[in-house]
Design a binder for this molecule. Structure first.
Ligand SMILES: Cc1ncc(COP(=O)(O)O)c(C=O)c1O
Length: 474
C-alpha cells in the first residue's frame, strides 16, 4: 500500500493546478487601510455606501442570533457588517443600497450555472402551478434520481433530503447500520454539516468563530469521532491499528473547501480507498461542495477514486434546499422503508427543489461547461496570485474547475494547520478593499471560492484589476 505523510509529496497530481508564490519582504509592506483596524477584524469606517444594509442588519441583530441564519454570513472574521442582498442575476449581486458586485460565493456553491437562470425560473414557474409540495411520490424525483445515479460513479441508489447536514447525518447512520460499528474517522478542517458527531475540528464556520467545539454537543456524541490531519495517511493507518475492527467509515471532503481550498496530495485518496477496503470500513466522500463542481461526476470522477457512499447538496438543488446521500445498492437498501435504518423528511424530494436540480444539471451537461469553468477559474486564480506577488505579499492558492482559493501565506497548504498560518487580518483588509471595488468574496479566509458558467472574461478581468489596486493598499 502506498503511504504518504502530511508534508511529503510536494508536487500535486497531474490534474491539479497549484500556484504558489512567496515573498519574504511582504512583512515590510506598508499597511495603509485607514478604515480598518490592524489587529482586530473590525471595520471602523467604510467608503462603501450601505445605509440601508446597516439599518436592516441592526434590526436583524435584535431578531435573529447575530442577525443571521448561518454564522459565516455575519462577517465576524472580516469585521464590519454584512451587506444585505436585494437580488442576484447571473454572476452579479445587488445590495439593498443599489451597489453591484461580482459574486464569487454563488450562494455558497449552488449557483454554478449563474444566479436566477432564466430556464430554471421558467421551469419553477411551471412546476409551481401544480403545487409546491406533495408529500407523496412525484415523477420529478425519478428524473433527478436517474440523473444523479448516471453521473456519480459510486451512486446506484439515492435518498433525497433537504440539506447537506441532513445528508451527512443520514450517511453516518447508514454506515454504522451497515457495518455494525460505531467509530468514524474525519479530518481536521473538514465540515460535514452541524450534526453533533461531526462538530469536532470542523473547519470554516466553527474556526471562523474560534469555537473549538460547540457547547451543547454531548461528549457521548463525539466519543466515536476520531480525527486526523488532512493529507496524513500515516495518522489514519495508526487509527486503524489502534481501533481494529471498530471503524465504520472514513469521511472526508475529497477536495477541502471548508478550510479554504486544499487539494488531496497525490495518492491520498487512493490510500484511503485501500485502507478502508482492507479493514472492511466504508469510504464516504462528502461531495456536498465538490459534487457536479469539479466534474459532472464530482471529485470521484475527477480523481478516479470511487467511494462506497457519497453525500451531495448545493448544486443538485439549483438554489433550492436539497441534499442527498447515495451509494452501492446493497448498502442503500438498508434505508427505510426498504430496510431497517430509519430516515425521513416532510419536504424531501419536493417538486420545486427537484425541478431546479434537474434544470441545473441539464445545463451542466452541455458540452464545454467544465472546460469553461476551468478556463475562467484558472485566469482568476492566476491573476489574483500574480497581482499579490507583484505587490509583495506571501500567497499561495490553487483551483480545480469551478472551485478555487488563495491564502495569505507562502504555503504550501496541505491541511487546516497549514491554512491557519495565513495572515487573516490582511485577508480582512483585502476583503473590504475588494468589496469596495465591487467584488464579493466569501467573508472568511477559510472558505473556498466558486465561479459559475455566468462569469464572463470581463468579470474576471475586472476582478483582477480590482485586486491589483487593493493589493497595493494593504
Ligand atoms: C462539504 C460540506 N458538507 C456538508 C455541508 C452542510 O450542508 P448544509 O449547509 O446544506 O447543511 C456543507 C456546507 O457548506 C459542506 O460544505
Amino acid at each position: 500500500m502506498e503511504a504518504i505523510s502530511a508534508g511529503t509529496g510536494i508536487g500535486l497530481s497531474w490534474r491539479s493546478k497549484p500556484i504558489t508564490y512567496s515573498n519574504p519582504s511582504s512583512s515590510r509592506v506598508t499597511r495603509r487601510f485607514s478604515q480598518i483596524k490592524m489587529t482586530a477584524v473590525s471595520v471602523e469606517k467604510k467608503t462603501l455606501n450601505i445605509p440601508k444594509s446597516e439599518e436592516i442588519f441592526k434590526e436583524a441583530k435584535d431578531l435573529m442570533p447575530g442577525g443571521v441564519n448561518s454564522p459565516v454570513r455575519a462577517f465576524n472574521s472580516v469585521g464590519g457588517q454584512p451587506i444585505v442582498v436585494d437580488s442576484v442575476k447571473g454572476s452579479h449581486m445587488w445590495d439593498v443600497d443599489g451597489n453591484e458586485y461580482i459574486d464569487y460565493v454563488g450562494s455558497w456553491g449552488p449557483a454554478i450555472i449563474g444566479h436566477a437562470d432564466d430556464k430554471v425560473l421558467a421551469a419553477l414557474t411551471e412546476t409551481m402551478k401544480k403545487g409546491t409540495s406533495f408529500g407523496a411520490p412525484s415523477a420529478l424525483e425519478n428524473v433527478l434520481a436517474k440523473m444523479v445515479i448516471s453521473a456519480v460513479p459510486s451512486i446506484e441508489m439515492v435518498r433525497f433530503v433537504n440539506s447537506g447536514t441532513e445528508a451527512c447525518m443520514g450517511v453516518l447512520r447508514l454506515a454504522r447500520a451497515f457495518t455494525g460499528r460505531q467509530k468514524i474517522i474525519k479530518f481536521e478542517g473538514c465540515y460535514h454539516g452541524h450534526a453533533d458527531p461531526f462538530l469536532v475540528k470542523a473547519g470554516s464556520g466553527v474556526a471562523t468563530l474560534g469555537l473549538p467545539d460547540s457547547p451543547g454537543v454531548p461528549k457521548s456524541s463525539t466519543h466515536d469521532t476520531l480525527t486526523s490531519p488532512y493529507n496524513d495517511i500515516s495518522t489514519v493507518e495508526n487509527l486503524f491499528k489502534a481501533h481494529r475492527g471498530e471503524i465504520a467509515a472514513v469521511i472526508l471532503e475529497p477536495v477541502v473547501g471548508n478550510s479554504g481550498f486544499i487539494e488531496p496530495q497525490p495518492g491520498f485518496l487512493d490510500a484511503l480507498r485501500q485502507i478502508t477496503k482492507e479493514n472492511d470500513s466504508l469510504l464516504i466522500f462528502d461531495e456536498v461542495m465538490t459534487g457536479f463542481r469539479l466534474a459532472y461526476g464530482g471529485a470521484q470522477e475527477y480523481f478516479g477514486v470511487t467511494p462506497d457512499l457519497t453525500t451531495l447538496g448545493k448544486i443538485i438543488g439549483g438554489g433550492l434546499p436539497v441534499g442527498a446521500f447515495g451509494g452501492r445498492r446493497e448498502i442503500m437498501e438498508m434505508v427505510a422503508p426498504a430496510g431497517p435504518m430509519y430516515q425521513a423528511g416532510t419536504l424531501s424530494g419536493n417538486p420545486l427543489a427537484m425541478t431546479a436540480g434537474i434544470q441545473t444539471l441539464t445545463r451542466l451537461q452541455e458540452s464545454g461547461s467544465y472546460e469553461y469553468l476551468d478556463k475562467i477559474t484558472g485566469e482568476l486564480t492566476k491573476g489574483i496570485l500574480d497581482a499579490g506577488k507583484k505587490a509583495g505579499h506571501e500567497m499561495c492558492g490553487g483551483y480545480i474547475r469551478g472551485m478555487y482559493g488563495f491564502f495569505f501565506t507562502g504555503g504550501p497548504v496541505y491541511n487546516f494547520g497549514d491554512a491557519k498560518k495565513s495572515d487573516t487580518a490582511k485577508f480582512a483588509r483585502f476583503y473590504w478593499g475588494m468589496l469596495e471595488e465591487g467584488v464579493y468574496f466569501a467573508p472568511s479566509q477559510f472558505e473556498a471560492g466558486f465561479t459559475s458558467l455566468a462569469h464572463t472574461s470581463g468579470d474576471i478581468q475586472q476582478t483582477i484589476e480590482a485586486a491589483e489596486k487593493v493589493f497595493q493598499q494593504l
